[in-house]
Write a protein that binds this ligand. Structure first.
Ligand SMILES: [Zn+2]
Length: 373
C-alpha cells in the first residue's frame, strides 16, 4: 500500500564524495541494472566528462513506474556550467546540451575597523578572500600594511558579486571603490575602465601604479605593528638599513618593480636573497627567503608584482620575515619614506570620462550605504 502512495516521479541530487565514481553513484539511486549500463554508456560518450570530483552535484529525474526509467540527469562541470542529458522519446538514447547558469551581478558595500589585520576583519564581514587580496594589492604601491595601519583604522569597499538563481555567490568581479582611512586621512580609489585597460585611480585621476611598491608582499594578512610593546619588527634605521615585514613562512614575495635579477643566491647573513636592478638609479634587495620562485636566477627579467620567492628565516634572522632594501644610486635608503614619481594622471577625454565615472561611483556608494541603514 505504501508503494502506491509514493509519487511517480522522483528528483535526486547527489553530492559526490571522495571515493565515488559514476558507477557507484548510479547504484545508489535504486534503478535497474540495464538503466545503469545505459547511462554509463551515454556518459562515456562525452569526451570532456572525466571522472567525478568531490562536492560535484549530479541530479536525476526518475520515473518510478515500472519499468523504472531515468528521464533526465545533469552533471555539474563547474559552478557555472552543467551538462543536461534528456532521454529521447521512445528511444533509449540520451541527448545532452550544456547549460550555463545565468549570473546576476550585484554591488556590495562593506566597511570595517581593522583591529588585527585587514584580512581577518574582511573575512568577518563576509568578503571573499580574492577580493581582500586584490584590495591589498591595489594599495601595495602606497601603503605599508605593517606600519601605516594603526589599530582602529578603517576601510570601505564596493565590489561586484555574481549570484546564481539561488542567490549564492559564485564569483566576484571588480573592486569599484576602495577607501582606507588611516589616522583620519582618507585614501579613496576609483575603478576606471578605458578601452582595453582597467585600473584604479585616486580622486584626482592619478593611477595607483608607481615604479616601485611600498609593500612587496600582499599586505592583506599583515598585522599592524602599532602598539606592540616589544617591537619585533625593526623600522628603518642607520644600522639596519632595510624594512622588515613579519609574515608567515611561505608568503609570496613580489618584485617591487620591473627589472633584471642580478643576484639570486645565498648571501650569508641575508640567507637566500634576491637583488633586482630596476634602472640606472634603483635596485631592490629581498632577504631571508625560504626559497626562490621558479625561474628566478641571475639574468632573469621580472615584471612588477611577479612572485620571486617566499618568506623564510634563512641567514641571520630570528623569525620568518622579509627584509626589503631599496638602493638609490648605490646607497641604501628608507623605502617607506621614498618619494617616487606618482602614477600617470588621466588627461583630456579620459579625464572627463573618469570624472563622470567617479560621480556615478560616489552615488552608488551612498545608495548602498543608505540601503544598509
Ligand atoms: Zn631586516
Amino acid at each position: 500500500m505504501s508503494e502506491n502512495l509514493k509519487p511517480r516521479y522522483e528528483n535526486i541530487i547527489i553530492e559526490v564524495n571522495d571515493s565515488d565514481t559514476f558507477e557507484k553513484i548510479l547504484r545508489r539511486i535504486n534503478i535497474p541494472e540495464n538503466e545503469v549500463a545505459k547511462i554509463l554508456k551515454n556518459i562515456t560518450k562525452v569526451k570532456t566528462l572525466n571522472n567525478v570530483y568531490k562536492n560535484q552535484k549530479i541530479s536525476f529525474k526518475i520515473d518510478r513506474k515500472e519499468p523504472i526509467k531515468v528521464l533526465e540527469f545533469s552533471i555539474e562541470k563547474s559552478k557555472k556550467k552543467k551538462l543536461l542529458f534528456s532521454r529521447n522519446n521512445n528511444l533509449d538514447e540520451f541527448s545532452y546540451k550544456e547549460i550555463i547558469t545565468k549570473l546576476k551581478k550585484v554591488n556590495v558595500y562593506k566597511e570595517g575597523e581593522i583591529t588585527n589585520s585587514l584580512y581577518s576583519k574582511a573575512i568577518e564581514l563576509g568578503v571573499k578572500p580574492n577580493i581582500i587580496i586584490e584590495f591589498a594589492r591595489i594599495y601595495g604601491f602606497q601603503i605599508d600594511f605593517q606600519r601605516d595601519i594603526w589599530k582602529n583604522d578603517s576601510f570601505q569597499i564596493v565590489y561586484e558579486n555574481f549570484l546564481d538563481e539561488e542567490n549564492k555567490v559564485l564569483d566576484t568581479g571588480n573592486i569599484i571603490f576602495a577607501n582606507l582611512i588611516l589616522q583620519g586621512k582618507e585614501y579613496p580609489l576609483y575603478f576606471f575602465q578605458k578601452k582595453k585597460a582597467k585600473d584604479h585611480f585616486d580622486e584626482f585621476g592619478k593611477s595607483i601604479k608607481k615604479s616601485l611598491m611600498k609593500t612587496p608582499i600582499n599586505g592583506a594578512r599583515l598585522s599592524s605593528s602599532f602598539g606592540m610593546r616589544k617591537h619585533p619588527i625593526l623600522g628603518f634605521n642607520k644600522m639596519h638599513r632595510g624594512t622588515d615585514f613579519a609574515a608567515p613562512k611561505g608568503t609570496p614575495i613580489m618584485a617591487s618593480g620591473d627589472g633584471k635579477v642580478i643576484r639570486a643566491r645565498w648571501c650569508g647573513g641575508g640567507g637566500n636573497c634576491v637583488k633586482i636592478k630596476h634602472n640606472s638609479t634603483y635596485s631592490t634587495v629581498y632577504a631571508h627567503m625560504s626559497k626562490f620562485a621558479r625561474g628566478i636566477k641571475e639574468g632573469a627579467r621580472v615584471k612588477q608584482g611577479q612572485i620571486i620567492g617566499y618568506v623564510g628565516s634563512t641567514g641571520m634572522s630570528t623569525g620568518p620575515h622579509l627584509h626589503y632594501e631599496v638602493i638609490e644610486n648605490g646607497k641604501k635608503i628608507n623605502s617607506q619614506t621614498l618619494k617616487l614619481p606618482s602614477g600617470k594622471i588621466l588627461k583630456g577625454e579620459d579625464r572627463k570620462l573618469f570624472e563622470i565615472e567617479k560621480i556615478k561611483i560616489d552615488v552608488l556608494k551612498s545608495e548602498l550605504i543608505a540601503k544598509k541603514n
